[in-house]
Design a protein around this ligand. Structure first.
Ligand code: 5GP
Ligand code: ZN
Length: 115
């Protein structure tokens, strides 16, 4: 599996940087965002390192499909049963700061919609 020794999320996946993990399996980790934008703000991260949706291939498509399926199934256990938003920032102009694919799970409150 591809990892990047300089990547902050690879370090979180490996347990080299502490994080508040709420779920982990063989291919995905979900942990609390360190700067929450909403009452509940989680990050769902594949264990494999790749930068973003711009780097998809067939294996990663299947992986991301499974991740979204698990997110849907697990959301109530994360306290997100009232609804939530899934966001992937792709690239600098979208505000991506960590170049390791991740889905923001935002909820725990009523969400507005701004660009
Ligand atoms: P992006 O801006 O790339 O879409 O999202 C990166 C997210 O990672 C940000 O919301 C930021 O707060 C979060 N983040 C950055 N460094 C850390 C860290 O060391 N631990 C945790 N838990 N979250 C982090
Ligand atoms: Zn990484």
């Amino acid at each position: 599996m591809t990892t990047d020794k300089d990547c902050i999320f690879c370090k979180i996946v490996a347990g080299e940087i502490p994080s508040a993990k709420v779920y982990e399996d063989g291919e995905m980790v979900v942990f609390k965002d360190i700067h929450p934008l909403t009452k509940i703000h989680l990050l769902a991260v594949p264990k494999e390192h790749f930068a973003a949706l711009s780097e998809m291939d067939e294996k990663r498509e299947a992986l991301v499909g499974r991740m979204l399926g698990k997110i849907g199934a697990l959301a109530p256990s994360f306290g997100l049963s009232e609804g939530y938003r899934v966001v992937a920032n792709q690239g600098i102009s979208a505000g991506q700061t960590v170049p390791h694919l991740h889905f923001h799970l935002l909820g725990g409150e009523t969400l507005g919609w701004e660009k």
